[in-house]
Design a protein around this ligand. Structure first.
Ligand SMILES: Cc1cc2nc3c(=O)[nH]c(=O)nc-3n(C[C@H](O)[C@H](O)[C@H](O)COP(=O)(O)OP(=O)(O)OC[C@H]3O[C@@H](n4cnc5c(N)ncnc54)[C@H](O)[C@@H]3O)c2cc1C
Length: 383
């Protein structure tokens, strides 16, 4: 067993850490308070190639492995979890689905545009009343004059109002079950695709989240993505990998708030009863030590899932364990560290309040903790 990162992995980790310190972290608070999409930061992401991390160089990507991807998301999550979600949803959901299920023509047409950041990608599966149970979506697609025509709506779509390319799910047969769902590639401006309400979220306020309306949305027949009726299985595979990436963001956020906690306690050693000759463990010391240990454990779980994926081995159970553990950890870390700040913790000036608001959404997005427990228990009971 080798815990060393490769020179290439260390290099990209350092590069992204420097980019985050210079261009992402200083802007995070401003974009969050204004609830504004950070287009300026997206330009920097493009220059570094972070909108095509996982895709081969022949499609304009960086061609990196999953471990590198997770390390990148950890750095971005530490600096600004809204920006990290933009990168994750673009890479893991929209682009990865086209890369996984697309034919060569579709990959050649769409992956380079996405990887180079000419357009952002969005992935619309969730609908009102169909989140955890995604097979309950109601959107339908029918064939008409050589086109597909979609009717329905999507909710909580990351990049919903800022994307140029969308992967959308709809039933293509009357069965209306998980085996009747197909996926389609839609482009901004196609007749019948419009953006609805933009969600006003308590956290991740610089990440764009919107509803989509599909009213007789006309999609060329060649934009059917993958085999008809196969999209639900593809979506579950996409979400498995997505959960490994999402774990990186939660770990980065947890690391960031614990660093803030350490800084705060060090500046107030007297208040927290920490002195050189202190005989016992204080509450603040225990809190920081326990959280730092759990962050290390979460990172190992994430790296194990990412390594299994890179090796082409089964990783679905580990991905859910990683998402569950890191999602619960980020909520706990932000809550406990916020407590150290006392009343200051309740103000917008406190350095960890943003991560506290953002963390709740990381527990829910790409499958809540309960859904991860359900997946893990199904694996355990079928092994
Ligand atoms: C920040 C963010 C970004 C998102 N981006 C996207 C996106 O880009 N594209 C997209 O398609 N979706 C996106 N989503 C939607 C997300 O995938 C759903 O929110 C998630 O799957 C949960 O669905 P729901 O919100 O409808 O909750 P529900 O499914 O209604 O669940 C409500 C509660 O019931 C629990 N529950 C549900 N079913 C069970 C069960 N069987 N057993 C035990 N408990 C259960 C859940 O854990 C939860 O606590 C995003 C969500 C968030 C928060």
């Amino acid at each position: 067993m080798n815990f060393e990162l490769t020179p290439r992995q260390k290099e990209i980790q350092l590069k992204v850490r420097e980019f985050c310190a210079k261009e992402v972290a200083p802007r995070a608070r401003g974009y969050d308070l204004k609830e504004e999409f950070p287009w300026e930061v997206v330009e920097g992401l493009k220059k570094l190639g972070l909108l095509g991390i996982l895709f081969p160089k022949k499609y304009g990507g960086l061609g990196l492995d999953m471990v590198s991807y997770c390390l990148i998301l950890e750095e971005l999550g530490r600096a600004d979890s809204s920006v990290a979600l933009t990168v994750e949803a673009h890479n893991s959901l929209c682009s990865s689905h086209i890369f996984l299920a697309g034919n060569e023509q579709q990959k050649k047409k769409y992956i380079p545009k996405l990887a180079k950041g000419e357009v952002l990608g969005a992935w619309g599966l969730t609908e009102p009343g169909a989140g955890s149970d995604a097979s309950g979506i109601k959107t339908r697609a029918r064939q008409e004059n050589g086109h597909w025509v979609l009717n329905g709506s999507k909710t909580f779509t990351t990049q919903g109002s800022v994307a140029g390319i969308y992967v959308l799910f709809a039933h293509t047969s009357e069965a209306m079950n998980s085996r009747s769902i197909s996926a389609f590639i839609a482009e901004k401006g196609m007749p019948g695709l419009s953006v609805g309400k933009k969600e006003k979220k308590m956290g991740l306020r610089a990440s764009d989240t919107a509803q989509l309306h599909l009213v007789n949305l006309k999609i060329p027949k060649e934009n059917l993505l993958g085999r008809p009726g196969r999209a639900f299985i593809d979506a579950m595979n996409i979400l498995d990998a997505g959960r490994v990436g999402i774990s990186g963001i939660s770990i980065g956020m947890s690391r960031g708030v614990v660093e803030e906690g350490i800084r705060w306690v060090k500046e107030r050693k007297k208040q927290f009863k920490i002195s050189g000759d202190s005989p016992g463990l204080t509450a603040a010391q225990k809190l920081l030590a326990d959280l730092a240990t759990e962050i290390e454990a979460a990172r190992l779980l994430m790296l194990k899932s990412a390594t299994l994926l890179d090796q082409g081995k089964p990783y679905s159970k580990e991905a859910s364990m990683s998402k569950l553990f890191s999602g619960e950890l980020v909520m706990k870390a932000t809550t406990q560290v916020l407590d150290l700040f006392g009343e200051y913790g309740g103000t917008f000036d406190c350095p960890v309040q943003k991560a506290f608001r953002d963390s709740k959404l990381y527990q829910i997005g790409e499958g809540s903790s309960q859904i991860q427990e359900l997946i893990i228990s199904r694996h355990l009971l079928s092994e």
